[in-house]
Design a protein around this ligand. Structure first.
Ligand code: DSN
Length: 415
């Protein structure tokens, strides 16, 4: 991956692209929403389909010359149906947020009511945050996790639904380490005759592999992004029953988007094919085991974890008791300096701003793709603890940098 042809045209861009490959090779990607896709997925995303306009859907486009675009989109759709067992799939959303937008546009009117998890408690901007169109177009109320246990307060959610009478209840989260009980959210939505949108952006791969309960067939709509745990081309996806197909498809195009990103849809098709191979279940199980080991290692070193542990691909460390003088952004910055890339994250009951935050979120999908197992995750956990325990200590930083580099060298990313 030396980008020779880019270099001939644009050396500055080639330097940046090559620099990014080297950055990924030489650092530990622990942002819970990231992964390392295969070179096959990257090749598909870099294919000639980037040139093609294909507004419409397979077999019914507004432009000529769409036969290969049709083939690729149909492959992505059929594979997604097989992976998640959905009746209807739309693979055109450009991102997870665009997928959610498709559902809201299809099913809500401006002013309608959304009940969703607070961003500080693990929710997502596109679930009703004031800075997002959802917070501006709709009336939003938010539920929370129980601050003592860190688990979703399903009873509180049910009561809140009865008081607020939402049009749609949103489940599925960005920084929630525990298995989501979609049936309980559905019961709350049913009680007030609301729709249920399950946004499984983070756990698409875990659900496809059967290591997390599936909301397909439970919730009215299931959305996700396609480049996180499912490890395919970058973008979003919507799944629903056949009865809602004619609501969803026109809401995505022409409702919220123009031409589909056919090269990304090709990446989705190829990544979904890979996820249908037998090894993918082992990968997903390893992602969860690795997160458990990471969490246990941090707890053994005195860190507090929101909910005490994890059932998924991520842990959320709450530094307030263990490291009261270290903010999430202090930890993020110190860890990045030694090659561990993760993000500061708010925690339930947060008092600091989201830019500073009191926690860090760490995920295992990318490291697991690199071949990391429990032994490596113990080492990674020890590196994180050594740095956060000794912020600013240059000797510790130099020593941990070497340990991180050794781990990276032992697990090369690309040929
Ligand atoms: N940016 C993603 C995350 O990190 O969770 C969500 O869109």
């Amino acid at each position: 991956m030396n980008y020779d042809r880019v270099r001939e045209v644009d050396p500055a861009a080639a330097d940046a692209l090559g620099g990014e490959v080297k950055r990924q090779q030489d650092t530990l990607a622990m942002i819970a929403s990231e992964n390392h896709v295969s070179e096959a997925v990257m090749e598909a995303q870099g294919s000639a389909l980037t040139n093609k306009y294909a507004e419409g859907y397979p077999g019914s486009r507004y432009y000529a010359g769409c036969e290969h675009a049709d083939e690729v989109e149909q492959l992505a759709i059929e594979r997604a149906k097989e992976l998640w067992g959905a009746e209807h799939v739309n693979v055109q959303p450009h991102s997870g947020t665009q997928a959610n937008m498709g559902v809201y546009l299809a099913m809500l009117d401006p002013g309608d009511r959304i009940l969703s998890l607070d961003l500080n408690h693990g929710g997502h901007l596109s679930h009703g945050h004031q800075a997002n169109f959802t917070g501006q177009l709709y009336e939003v109320e938010q539920y929370e996790v129980d601050e003592e246990t860190g688990y979703i307060d399903y009873e509180g959610l049910h009561e809140q639904a009865e008081e607020f009478d939402p049009d749609i209840v949103v489940s599925g989260y960005s920084a929630y380490p525990r298995e989501v009980d979609f049936e309980r959210v559905q019961a709350a939505a049913d009680a007030v005759d609301a729709l249920h949108l399950a946004d499984i952006a983070h756990i698409t791969g875990l659900v496809a592999a059967g290591v997390h309960e599936s909301p397909v067939g439970v919730a009215d709509f299931v959305t996700g992004s396609t480049h996180k745990t499912i490890r395919s081309g970058r973008g979003g996806i919507i799944m629903c029953d056949e009865e809602h197909a004619d609501d969803i498809d026109p809401a995505v195009f022409p409702g919220g988007q123009g031409g589909p990103l056919m090269h990304n849809i090709a990446g989705k098709a190829v990544g979904f094919k890979e996820a249908l191979e037998p090894g993918f279940e082992d990968y997903a199980e390893q992602v969860v085991e690795n997160a458990e080991v990471l969490g246990e290692t941090l707890v053994d070193r005195g860190f507090g974890l929101v909910s005490g542990g994890t059932d998924t691909h991520l842990v959320l460390a709450d530094l307030r008791e263990s490291h009261p003088d270290v903010t999430g952004s202090d930890a993020e910055e110190a860890l990045e300096a030694v090659g561990i890339v993760l993000n500061a994250n708010t925690v339930p009951g947060e008092t600091r701003s989201p830019f500073v935050a009191s926690g860090v979120r760490a995920g295992t999908p990318a490291l697991t793709s690199r071949g990391f197992g429990p032994a490596e995750m113990e080492q990674v956990g020890a590196c994180i603890a050594d740095i956060v325990d000794n912020i600013g200590d240059e000797d510790v930083m130099a020593e941990v940098t070497e340990r991180v580099q050794d781990l990276c060298d032992e697990h090369p990313l690309y040929e």
